[in-house]
Unconditional design. Sequence first.
Length: 391
Amino acid sequence: MSPGPAGPARFVAVSNAPTRGVFGYNPANILLHGAIMSDEHNRVAVLGGGSFGTALASIAADNGFEVRQWLRDAELAAQINREHRNGRYLPDFAINLAVVAHTQLAEALQGAGLVLVAIPSKGFRDVVRQARPWLEPECILVSTTKGIQEDGFKLMSRILEEETDGQHIGVLSGPNLASEVAQHQLTASVIASHDPLTRTRVQTALGCDYFRVYASNDRYGVELGGALKNIYAIAAGMAAALGMGENTRSMLMTRALAEMSRFAVAQGANPMTFLGLAGVGDLIVTCSSSLSRNYRVGFALGEGRSLDEAVEALGQVAEGVNTVRLVRDMAHQEGVYMPLAEGLYQVLFRDVPARDMARLLMQGEQSSDVEFVLPRENVQQDHRDSGHNDG
């Protein structure tokens, strides 16, 4: 079959095999931009054995893709292959039988046309560097990690670019609590990439009747939103533990959105991105749910535990702890006003009691609500002109 004319991506089933998923196609053999996608590119690799990586691996397998999951822990890999269950991170979730776990990157990545990297930020670069020799030349690389590398303040997609020279790089982010995804709760996410092929391939691999994938071309904004919201989830957990009410949480979330947008604009992102799933959507779920790891760390801190005790009790990586420090330092460096991030930094790393910091924040500057409508500088000037100064 000869390729069709250039135009929007088209997915047309050309196999007699049963169709699957909400889109009603057989992903094993589809027409992409007019050209048949081979079985080789029907393979998906997931790097990481955590809860979200496991849930995504099962979704892709549900959609008919051949899925290989890489993880370091040989015992956990054996359990996934034997019991089709991840007893450490999703013990009650039945993984699709087609997901095969590996401890060797070469085996997991062989022939994979789509690679989902679900590795905590601290080990992200090291794993990608090890994986590079086994990556297919034109494979699609997608980060699902919501964190920031300390050296150079780099997001994970930037690390993918630096370590692989890949041309098809994207970010998957949004209000996606892994345990609810595993329970098939209705969920939406965002695939962000400058590359149309990356966006359409990820929507095809992961879109189903309970997991909807929207597209964005603001990769930096989507990724930054996913990292920044972790900061404010810690604050929300603290507020809940201190007995603060719904008014407080509402104020906290909306002022957090203002801070996120302010910082993102200073970094070159599109502020409109923060009105979508990767911004306000992710902020809502992570600041409202005890399933959020960062929320749980904040709650433990609000109960009076130390940071080390809170992280140890969690038993998983809470990216927000490291992000607080990195974002606070960058905000200082670039002169971005972020009182909530500064307050959290003082609580986490300077042992300031959470309740005392909340009181100090309430005594701070009363400024503009929506800065893109009324700039903060204008409100400050209004106070100076009227002879009043609220901080």
